[in-house]
Design a protein around this ligand. Structure first.
Ligand SMILES: *Cc1c(COP(=O)(O)O)cnc(C)c1O
Length: 388
């Protein structure tokens, strides 16, 4: 362990089981550690650095805004947040945006909007939100309550009440829940990310949308991980041919600076009034200027490239030695390996490839613009580790 790593262990709260490597710099999809060793980055900071490390366009957008004004608070108008919100609405059909600083906070906003909307219309007892088992929605006490994985809840009780969990695919069960108690909203990830890169069945998602519309229940799609081009569509719900009432996103939106957003559809666009919600840093001009440069570049051509690279990954791993199955969509890939995924990730690190895991799978979330040659180099190295 290096001196720096010892210092980290000593002074940083023990919440992260880090890989034994210190990254000091990078460019695009290549990063370097403190000894100058090169790695291909197949995780992009958990799907955050959408155009890679130190991307020139993003960097220029961020530094240009840094030269103007870095923060003013929401007491004043600034330009980048309005421009970003306009583009988000224009490209999704949503009507208004609340900016937060993370995925969990975007989801917190969605929960507040859903509760207020439902309680105004259907009474004080209408606050419950149905989420799915094996979901992940964040680490705050409310988003933990939303997260349908009991092991995250242990010793942190009591969590925010009012969350019910159903199995993905169990439309009948969800319909029964709606008959039994007033339900304000359902919240789902179209592809369960932390849960193991598991895409939901399109028939289930469509059926759920029809059910929520029939019952006057809001539908929230958590696009924190799946959003911003990751799955080959701008937002993953677009792959499913539905329009939700609220979309939350974060991770890849900022390209590496913290930002979260709750996109509010027609029904809920005016649910929040003055003082109902807020954030000191939310809509920060530097984060928004960076995010704007990211979103502007996620066009049809880039999305087509994402899909092409996705096909390349699926084909490359299909039937390879030591690989049991491949799941996911676009550049959000889960790989079930014969050996434990953590062991494969450690082996890949040795060989110069940074990979993530999710549950029992190896998870790949490379930058959307990763060059095809680097992608091939990385998949070949990963396959060689799986085959060992
Ligand atoms: C990462 C993630 C979150 C939490 O985002 P933070 O920025 O870590 O708060 C919420 N939902 C999903 C689907 C995620 O992948």
């Amino acid at each position: 362990m290096s001196i720096l790593q010892e210092k980290d262990r000593r002074y940083i709260a023990n919440t992260y089981a880090r890989f034994p490597v210190t990254i000091v710099s990078g460019k695009g999809s290549v990063v370097f550690d403190e000894d100058g060793k090169r790695y291909i980055d197949m995780g992009s900071g958990i799907g955050v650095t959408s155009f890679g490390i130190a991307d020139e366009v993003w960097k220029n957008a961020v530094t240009a805004q840094l030269d103007l004004v870095q923060h003013m608070s929401n007491l004043y108008y600034t330009a980048p947040d309005a421009a970003l919100a306009e583009l988000l609405c224009g490209r999704t059909g949503m009507k208004k945006v609340f900016f937060a600083n993370s995925g969990a906070e975007a989801n917190e906003c969605a929960v507040k909007v859903a509760r207020k909307y439902a309680q105004e219309r259907r009474g004080r007892d209408c606050y419950r939100i149905i989420t799915l088992n094996n979901s992940f929605h964040g680490r705050t006490l409310t988003t933990l309550a939303a997260t349908g994985q009991a092991h995250y809840h242990e010793l942190f009780q009591p969590l925010t009440p009012g969350f019910l969990h159903a199995d993905a695919g169990d439309l009948d069960g969800i319909a029964r829940m709606m008959e039994k108690e007033p339900i304000a909203a359902v919240m789902i990830e179209c592809i369960q990310g932390e849960g193991g890169v598991i895409p939901l069945d399109p028939a289930f998602v469509k059926g759920l949308r029809a059910l929520t519309e029939r019952e006057g229940v809001l539908m929230i799609i958590d696009e924190v991980q799946t959003g911003n081009g990751r799955t080959g569509a701008l937002y993953a719900y677009m792959n499913y041919g539905i329009t939700p009432d609220i979309v939350t996103t974060a991770k890849g939106l900022g390209g590496g600076l913290p930002i979260g957003a709750a996109l509010l559809g027609e029904k809920v666009e005016n649910t929040l009034g003055f003082g109902d919600h807020g954030s000191t840093f939310g809509g920060n001009p530097v984060c928004c200027a960076g995010a704007l440069s990211i979103l502007e570049r996620i066009d049809d051509r880039l999305l087509e490239e994402v899909k092409q690279k996705s096909r390349m990954i699926f084909e490359s791993f299909d039937g390879a030695k030591g690989i049991l199955s491949v799941s996911g969509m676009g550049l959000m890939i889960g790989i079930k390996t014969e050996k434990p995924a953590s062991q494969i990730a450690a082996g890949c690190l040795q060989k110069g490839v940074l990979c993530l895991t999710a549950k029992d799978k190896l998870r790949l979330l490379p930058a959307l613009n990763i060059p095809a040659e680097l992608l091939r180099e990385a998949t070949d190295l990963i396959k060689s580790v799986c085959a060992e």
